[in-house]
Design a protein around this ligand. Structure first.
Ligand SMILES: Nc1nc2c(ncn2[C@@H]2O[C@H](COP(=O)(O)OP(=O)(O)OP(=O)(O)O)[C@@H](O)[C@H]2O)c(=O)[nH]1
Ligand SMILES: [Mg+2]
Length: 209
């Protein structure tokens, strides 16, 4: 169920037992579609053909307990600078103020190379003491051979990064459902509190770059 579009952190409900899982990533990578798939509801989060379908962070309450927080995509240039600044401020404030934000599912289009913006986003969340799962979206758009490159590339990146808070690599398709069970399992573990964060917090702006 859709709860609210968060223009100010004070609009958020008070922390409760199960936490919040944040969905971040570049515009149009399929964050909202993934939320719908994981929540088992088609029209929960608004999805769009045009980038920037999600303006402010949107909060959804999940049937099994806990929340999904859909962050606006970064790298969306078609909105005014002032508007982007406002939504970034809200996102940054939420990341800094919500101790019940338990992890970030960082969504990356599997067809794109390892973009600096995605790498920086991962590092930024990790630096804020937030565990990050790297989710490679739109898996259905690539065949077996085409998948190997990006999956290997990100595996190597994870090895080289050696960050405690990286929860793993999850190639998924919100369209076909492939890879979703493994990610749903992680989400269940995160919301039940059996997956623990690590790392040290230092300050930077969201989104990076
Ligand atoms: N082939 C394929 N297309 C997908 C998949 N998931 C999403 N899409 C398409 O990608 C486009 C963007 O999807 P959204 O879920 O709105 O993406 P978003 O990341 O929420 O976008 P913003 O809110 O603009 O940041 C839509 O046209 C979706 O239909 C997928 O698993 N496979
Ligand atoms: Mg969206």
């Amino acid at each position: 169920m859709f709860l609210l579009s968060v223009a100010r952190p004070s609009q958020m409900p008070p922390p409760e037992g199960p936490g919040i899982i944040g969905f971040a990533g570049r515009s149009n990578v399929g964050k909202s579609s993934l939320i719908n798939r994981l929540a088992g509801a088609h029209r929960l989060a608004r999805t769009g053909k045009r980038p920037g379908a999600t303006t402010y962070p949107n909060l959804y309450r999940i049937h099994s307990g806990g929340y999904f927080l859909d962050f606006p995509g970064y790298g969306y240039m078609n909105r005014s600078q002032g508007m982007r600044q406002t939504t970034q401020d809200v996102s940054t404030a939420l990341v800094e103020s919500r101790e019940d934000l338990s992890a970030i599912l960082l969504c990356i289009d599997i067809r794109r190379d390892l973009l600096p913006a995605d790498q920086e986003a991962a590092r930024w969340f990790l630096s804020r003491n937030l565990p990050v799962a790297l989710v490679l979206t739109k898996l259905d758009t690539l065949s077996g051979n085409g998948r190997t490159g990006p999956i290997r590339g990100w595996r190597r990146w994870i090895e080289e990064e050696r960050a405690d808070g990286i929860l793993g690599l999850f190639p998924v398709s919100a369209r076909s459902g492939e890879g979703i069970p493994a990610l749903a399992e992680l989400v269940a573990r995160l919301l039940s509190g059996s997956e623990e964060p690590g790392g040290e917090a230092i300050g930077e702006e969201y989104p990076p770059g």
